[in-house]
Design a protein around this ligand. Sequence first.
Ligand code: CUA
Length: 151
Amino acid sequence: KFEKIWLTFGIVALAVFLGVVGVSAFSQDHTPAGGMDTIDPKKVNETAPFDKPGVTQLDDDTYQVAIVAMAFGYNAPDLKVPAGKEIIFKVTSTDVVHSFTIDNTKVNMMVVPGRITTKSYTFDKPGKYLILCNEYCGTGHHMMFNEIEVY
Ligand code: CUA
């Protein structure tokens, strides 16, 4: 008699477990946490705006900067943006979690594969700013830096 109870319990537990796994797989596929934009990390290079990384002028007062972070660097050619205009940074990763941090500014973004992280920033002063990775991302971590020129 006890065996039957344990067998029933086992089947119920298994059903609950499979249900939880199924629900979490479903929700990961269909509801991105926090409403962030998702992207297929394997198709970053063919997905706009990351197919053409760098600076794009959106209108008189707004610029977009698309950047791909990966070990061991940032794919971000020709980073030159004006001071006093809104700069919208869009960053994603093709491999592991990185950060996109601009020294001496409030820009400190976590960059996650499969997600597009967006941050708007306006530089007050022209100059050259150091971009670096604050998130330990493997052997290439200390080689991840770049420069953005504000004119
Ligand atoms: Cu990328 Cu540390």
